[in-house]
Design a protein around this ligand. Sequence first.
Ligand code: FES
Length: 148
Amino acid sequence: MLIASLGSAIAAALAVPAGIYLLWNGVSKNRGTFVEVADLTQLNVGKPQEVTFERTRVDGWRVLKEKVIAWVVRTDDKNVVAYSPQCTHLGCAYHWEEDRNHFVCPCHESLFTIDGKVVGGPASRPLDRYAVRVENSKLLIGSKILKA
Ligand code: FES
């Protein structure tokens, strides 16, 4: 009886911190983090702009600062789209070409419209997007990538 009680006490002592750890990580990963990257007044409607910002990422017990790039397009007074900077073909960095009025990937010539749709090259799906929020005229970009 004493041994069974002692075993139960040890199991409870281990289970409670483990449960808190699992719940805390599950909640914090699902919430995602948003980083303020620009003031809306800095973005012109219909003009793609590359923005670079820093994000803190937790990897196990390590806290890492990483540089993140996004292509942002202000679509009207209140809305902005932010694209992940990797081409959806094989992950090369693409860029906006004003003369061609498209996002162009130099690796294999995939072409994307300003709203991320594929119009040329081997890419088979639209550009991936970051979750975004606009609060008090500030653009915030989330850590989650929304695949099309
Ligand atoms: S990686 Fe962009 S076209 Fe191949």
